[in-house]
Write a protein that binds this ligand. Structure first.
Ligand code: NI
Length: 175
């Protein structure tokens, strides 16, 4: 289960919509293992396939960060089928290491998806799990934290991105 390298903001593969998962085979299961390994190593609450350069509608979420096996969730071809309320929360992303920003999300969501074997399921989530699900599902449409920000907030966030790059705080992006 090797952890893979996370693509950082600026890589065009992060901003492309992903293709549906069609094959529920051993390759998919290996990919899911790698996604969990990647998420735990950093550590994060989840990771989406496009963040490791795989343009498939696949994400894993584990808000226990490896502590609780029952918290390990696999989402293939997920969709939000219902959402309730709005809440503004601080959020980060493995593709923007070290940066956080406040954005608005639904307070609760119901997500329909397929599991590792292709079986359909639904999950109702609130709180941190709802936030993590919304975040990872965004990735599958090429939507990133910065796309939720407008005007001055967006310009200030992008200035912080530039600063991280200039300081060499983002691996491989020292310019
Ligand atoms: Ni992210």
């Amino acid at each position: 289960m090797p952890a893979r390298e996370i693509l950082l903001y600026g890589d065009p593969r992060l901003e492309q919509p992903c293709e549906p998962v069609e094959e529920f085979d051993s390759d998919l299961s290996t990919l899911v293992d790698d996604l969990f390994a990647t998420s735990w190593k950093i550590p994060g609450l989840g990771v989406a396939a496009p963040q490791i350069g795989i343009g498939q509608r696949l994400a894993v979420v584990d808000i226990s960060v490896g502590e609780d096996p029952s918290a390990q969730l696999v989402f293939a071809n997920p969709e939000i089928v219902e959402s309730t309320g709005r809440i503004t929360l601080e959020e980060g992303c493995l593709s923007f290491p070290g940066l956080f920003t406040k954005i608005e999300r639904p307070r609760g969501v119901t997500v329909a998806a397929q599991d590792l074997t292709g079986k359909r399921f639904e999950i109702e989530a609130e709180g941190l799990l709802a936030q993590a699900l919304c975040h990872e599902l965004d990735h599958l449409d090429g939507v990133l934290l910065v796309h939720h920000l407008r005007g001055l907030k967006r310009r200030m966030f992008l200035r912080r991105v530039d600063k991280m790059r200039r300081l060499g705080a983002w691996p491989g992006t020292l310019s």
